[in-house]
Design a protein around this ligand. Structure first.
Ligand code: ZN
Length: 182
């Protein structure tokens, strides 16, 4: 009787472990994680921009805390901001980093579109990175997380959720080539 119970317990444990192993896990957004992502982004589009990157340093003077932001040749990321999103959309910190990298590309080339197309082009860049991330780096689920997070963060500046999702897809369809977003 006791052995049977143990067997059942072990089986239940094994099932739950395999269940969790099959999930895409959210990462801890540490500086190491971001540095690794920075190198990955350079591998994808390092020749298109070379911003100074800051973590948890408000070099752009954002008013309400550090989110993910580009000013001039500075790119700043707040780890708490990214962690909150990462918890909802695994790997999305990488997609957001790539979106900001897109703004750096725009700044380097003096690209200035009207609202919301400036933001939508950056969504295209992040979509382009998701293709590279999924197919070259093996980050399954990166596209889906980036797309869903963009969809749920539509606003007057960034475009509607549907527009954002459309441009992330457009970027994905470049098969990782940022040129497809110009
Ligand atoms: Zn943006």
């Amino acid at each position: 009787m006791k052995i049977l119970f143990m067997k059942k317990l072990i089986l239940t444990l094994m099932l739950s472990i395999s269940f969790f192993a099959s999930q895409v896990n959210s990462a801890q957004v540490t500086y190491d994680y971001l540095n690794k992502t920075l190198n990955e982004i350079k591998g994808w589009a390092g020749s298109y921009a070379s911003p100074w990157v800051y973590y948890d340093r408000n070099v752009c003077g954002e008013r309400y805390g550090i989110t993910a932001y580009v000013c001039g040749n500075y790119l700043q990321l707040g780890t708490q901001f990214l962690q909150n999103l990462e918890n909802r959309y695994p790997l999305v910190a990488k997609g957001i980093f790539a979106h900001e990298w897109g703004h750096s590309i725009q700044n380097k080339r003096n690209i200035r579109y009207n609202v919301p197309y400036q933001e939508l082009q950056s969504d295209c860049f992040s979509g382009s990175f998701t293709y590279y991330g999924e197919n070259t780096l093996g980050y399954r689920g990166l596209y889906n997380s980036t797309s869903m997070s963009a969809y749920n963060a539509g606003d007057a500046t960034h475009g509607t959720g549907s527009q954002r999702q459309y441009y992330v897809r457009k970027g994905y369809n470049t098969r990782g080539n940022p040129n497809g977003c110009f």
